[in-house]
Design a protein around this ligand. Structure first.
Ligand code: MYA
Length: 442
């Protein structure tokens, strides 16, 4: 299945990305994408990293919005207005990404959307909606938020495009290209000419492809809703035992605690240093670290039983060394529920998604070769799984990026059938290592 908020990359699993999946069309079949500054094949990537089309001065950027079919009008969505967030929430809840069997559909909460669409330096003009002129109903949306990427050795000021959604009744009318061109124009007006985006579908041309993995937590519910099956040689009771997790995080005694505002600069430094391991990485200022890991922590006290706060989107923990008080590690995950379609008993699949993490074990000589980092990440992510279980999540998801492949199997994550393709707009670079989508389950 398809999408995620998190942009990060893997150079861990070997294999060539971007070979295309089942639904790959030839470049010539893409009437819209054939006109866009993206590589049209892996052979079209050239030797040197860099832009495909040069940036333009503001005066040369198209000044008027692109024309929409009659009866529709553009509408900048004001994410600060509770009424408009609710309209966006309702559009996405009914029309956004579904899995191939149409059994589950992402159900981003209003709190999630606010967190995702309002990072430091966001532009309200990049939250582009389409309404029916007569009754003002919101029927389509696309968004961008600013992001600074390092792609190999280049710093790229880009926009992260997400939440492209068209009402089910307006599909296949070539509206998506108009939305994409309009958000591109809005980005260009702010001096931004590169973008990053992810999609389950194969378009020209992925820079990397990752596979989803799932760690079962709530066995009976996942079986009931057919997210997972009891294998033939198993009973449900055995399966429950197999996926049982401890009651408290193992690193609690080593100094694991919730991240707080006072940790921001230490986490920002640790993150920056750890991410040097990878070829495509968002660079984050301390303000961005504060936003990504703390601004979505919810309101009020944590519930005594689950540890959840009202409206909590992100969970972030640090390990503070008990003697030196140094922050040695951090780990985070976010909540993204899905609607369960056509089910009476269960309406919502509560999924946690592994987000960023870092450990200073990576900086020790030979930490990779000696298996030290793998062991530490297993402890850290294992604890995130325990915390998510306590918080009553049904499943914990992760992609085959960053160092994830080193611990997924040991932590009982199973490979899913979803792939996520990563794309860059107007930036050429050789494919980054990812899963080979033509291989079956790595
Ligand atoms: S990915 C999530 C996308 N959303 C969903 O899957 C939700 C459910 N589906 C829908 O709402 C619709 O089916 C959508 C397409 C809106 C997806 N990314 O209007 P159409 C191309 C890019 O007749 P519809 C996310 O949010 C398709 O290949 N292009 O089709 C990241 C065809 O072009 P071509 C896509 O089904 C978005 C054309 O659209 C996608 O009614 C990143 C058909 O248009 C897709 N996911 O609507 C966007 N799906 O003929 C790119 C289809 O050439 C950003 N298409 O094959 C680029 C950077 C822009 C900023 C640049 C700044 C400098």
């Amino acid at each position: 299945r398809a999408l995620l908020e998190q942009l990060k990359i893997n150079d861990v699993i070997q294999g060539k990305a971007g070979l295309g999946g089942k639904n790959k069309k030839d470049a010539g079949d893409h009437k819209f994408w054939a006109t866009q500054p993206v590589p049209h094949s892996n052979e079209d990537r050239g030797e040197e990293d860099g832009f495909i089309e040069p940036s333009k001065p503001r005066e040369e950027v198209r000044q008027d919005p692109y024309p929409l079919p009659k009866d529709f009008e553009w509408s900048i969505i004001d994410i600060v207005d509770p009424v408009q967030i609710k309209e966006l929430y309702e559009l996405l809840s009914a029309n956004y990404v579904e899995d191939d069997q149409a059994a589950f559909r992402f159900q981003y909460t209003a709190e999630f959307l606010e967190w995702a669409l309002k990072p430091p330096g966001y532009h309200k003009e990049w939250h582009v909606g389409v309404r029916v002129s007569s009754n003002k109903k919101l029927v389509a949306f696309i968004s961008g938020v600013p992001i600074t990427l390092r792609v190999r050795n280049h710093t790229v000021h880009a926009s992260e495009i997400n939440y492209l959604c068209i009402h089910k009744k307006l599909r296949a009318k070539r509206l998506a290209p108009v939305l994409i061109k309009e958000v591109t124009r809005q980005c260009n007006l702010k001096g931004i000419f590169q973008a990053i985006y992810t999609a389950g579908v194969v378009l020209p041309t992925p820079v990397s492809t990752c596979r989803y993995y799932h760690r079962t937590l709530n066995v009976p519910k996942l079986v009931d809703v057919k997210f997972t099956y009891v294998p033939r040689n198993m009973t449900i009771a055995r399966m429950i035992r197999q996926y049982k997790v401890a009651n408290t995080p193992h690193l609690a005694r080593a100094g694991l605690r919730e991240m707080e505002d006072r940790d921001v600069s230490a986490v920002a430094e640790l993150y920056a240093r750890y991410m040097q391991r990878f070829d495509m990485v968002p660079l984050m200022s301390p303000e961005e670290v504060q936003h990504q890991f703390l601004s979505g922590r919810g309101r009020g006290e944590r519930d005594a039983a689950t540890g959840r706060r009202d409206g909590q989107v992100v969970w972030a923990y640090v390990v503070e060394h008990p003697e030196t008080h140094k922050i040695t590690d951090f780990i985070s995950f976010y909540s993204l529920p899905s609607t369960i379609m056509g089910q009476k008993q269960h309406k919502l699949l509560e999924a946690a998604y592994l987000f960023y993490y870092a450990s200073d074990v990576a900086f020790q000589d030979g930490a990779d070769e000696r298996g030290l980092l793998k062991h530490r990440l297993q402890e850290l992510v294992g604890d995130a799984v325990i915390i998510a279980d306590q918080a009553k999540f049904d499943v914990f998801n992760a992609l085959t990026l960053m160092d994830n492949p080193s611990f997924l199997q040991d932590l009982k994550f199973g490979s899913g059938d979803g792939l996520l393709n990563f794309y860059l707009y107007n930036w050429r670079t050789q494919p980054l290592a990812g899963v080979n989508p033509t291989d079956d389950r790595p």
